[in-house]
Write a protein that binds this ligand. Structure first.
Ligand SMILES: [Zn+2]
Length: 168
């Protein structure tokens, strides 16, 4: 299964199954599970405006994690840079993900500040970064553009175009 979100009329965000499983593995389904997070890594497709999340970085020993907090260490940037080198400089940094111990997650003030900082300080391609929060039931994704436009993405469907291709 992959998730497809509508970003703009021309652009979709596609999260492939591998990346989805990497994040869902850290969903805080038990009271003792700490928040987790990392960076989104993927591609800007050349033949469309679509963006694909291929993988994510997962919690590192240098992160600080608690039930209601996640402090991402510098290690995630190093992982992103390493992937970029390994993938002949086509692996792009697309945003930040983390978990919340709530069914239907909403960003905290700390999250909003963190995201604003990422958009203003981090180096990235394109107009925007993406910020999924993995709740215990739902995944919700927000985007913030360089121009400061902030909104939630709408889930388009759960399998992309794969189904219609297979039934032809
Ligand atoms: Zn948060």
């Amino acid at each position: 299964m992959r998730l497809v979100y509508r970003v703009t009329p021309q652009q979709r965000l596609i999260i492939v199954e591998h990346a989805l499983q990497q994040m869902q593995a850290f969903a805080q389904r038990r009271w003792w599970h700490c928040e987790a997070g990392g960076v989104l890594l993927g591609r800007h497709l050349l033949d469309s405006h679509d963006v694909v999340v291929d993988e994510v970085s997962t919690p590192q020993s240098s992160d600080r994690r608690s039930r209601f907090g996640f402090f991402r260490s510098y290690k995630h940037e190093q992982i992103a840079h390493q992937r970029w080198l390994e993938h002949e400089q086509t692996s792009a940094y697309l945003g930040l993900w983390h978990t919340h111990p709530e069914a239907d997650p909403t960003p905290s003030d700390v999250d909003l500040r963190d995201w604003q900082q990422a958009v203003s300080r981090d180096a990235f391609e394109g107009h925007r970064l993406f910020f999924p929060i993995i709740g215990t039931h739902n995944i919700r994704i927000w985007t913030l553009s360089r121009r400061g436009v902030f909104r939630e993405l709408k889930l388009e469907n759960k399998n992309g175009d794969e189904k219609s291709c297979n039934t032809d």
